[in-house]
Design a protein around this ligand. Structure first.
Ligand code: ZN
Length: 99
């Protein structure tokens, strides 16, 4: 684990079951960005465009990164299949494996 005190409150791996839950997590991510501790790395669309009268697309993804430790957090939704997940991207180099 290479999270720090800035980002360790974020859930490590979280399967999302309802659109409501997904939108709540997106709101949390927006809040993180607003506070300035995170940067937006990647997004398929603006947070505001995710859900209007309908979902933005079949696949929506946002990635934010902690400014302090560099941990990246991914939130994606496959609106076609109805699955979504929030998780910390594993960026640990494999060379650190202790064999
Ligand atoms: Zn961090």
């Amino acid at each position: 684990m290479n999270t720090c005190e800035t980002c360790n409150f974020l859930m490590d791996d979280h399967t999302i079951y309802t659109p409501k839950e997904y939108l709540a997590i997106l709101a949390d991510m927006q809040q993180c960005l607003k506070q300035g501790d995170f940067i937006l790395v990647e997004q398929t669309c603006n947070f505001d465009d995710v859900l209007k009268s309908t979902w933005y697309s079949d696949y929506i993804e946002h990635i934010i990164q902690c400014k302090k430790c560099g941990s990246q957090f991914v939130c994606y939704a496959n609106t076609y299949h109805g699955s979504a997940r929030f998780y910390r991207k594993d960026t640990t180099p494999h060379s650190q494996a202790n064999i």
